[in-house]
Write a protein that binds this ligand. Sequence first.
Ligand SMILES: O=C[C@H](O)COP(=O)(O)O
Length: 255
Amino acid sequence: MTPGIRPLVAGNWKMNGVSSALDELSRIGQGFMHGLDTQTDALICVPATLLSRACERIKDTPVKVGGQDCHAKESGAHTGDVSAEMLRDAGAKFVIVGHSERRTDHGETNADVKAKTEAAWRAGLQAVLCIGETHEQRTNGEALRVLSEQLSGSVPSSSTAHWLIVAYEPVWAIGTGLTPSVRDVEQAHAHIRQELTNLIGEEAAKVRILYGGSVKPSNARELLGVQNVDGALVGGASLKAADFLAIAEAYDALS
Ligand SMILES: O=C[C@H](O)COP(=O)(O)O
């Protein structure tokens, strides 16, 4: 955590969830309404098909709803794509950009991610910009260099702490049950903070830097207690209200 920064615990449902999943979302909303001490902000990024109904379900709770990707353009002949404006129209307040699954499955480059980040802001959405090294890059000692490259290629120079959130997600930790050591997380997050400072100056001190990759109730306290870790981006464990709330509780306990 970083003194003065309000943490964010964000869920990414990925390509999971039909109407019945909204009951789980309601439980998350209720948990933040009644159970938790809520020293943290909460966000769930649902599939685009659920956005409107998700917003309706948790409109009276502190939990925000976001999208998982957006097209860089506002509208046009891009079959199957969704613009940031469409996400906002459906009720989103945030959008994930540059997730490694987008980079791998759709060949998204750092330049694409930068354009999507700017598209998010154009629509009034806060961007959760994901970066992270592969297992091979870490093994070859290239992790920090890769993070620098991703940041310099994708973070707009006009970024502010309100509009930009960075998520460090080692690709090899996503959905695998593997996590980096506390020391490696600390080193990566300190490096990201420094690189952000080089790119956007003093504003970097206030940018939230989330950790993502196999965050569970059992490891949340250890991972989220690391310096410069200002929250989590949670995949699998965000699909179960009890697990997501337990992760948020772990952060509350640290605050
Ligand atoms: O966006 C979320 C991440 O990819 C982490 O997913 P995971 O918690 O299932 O490892």
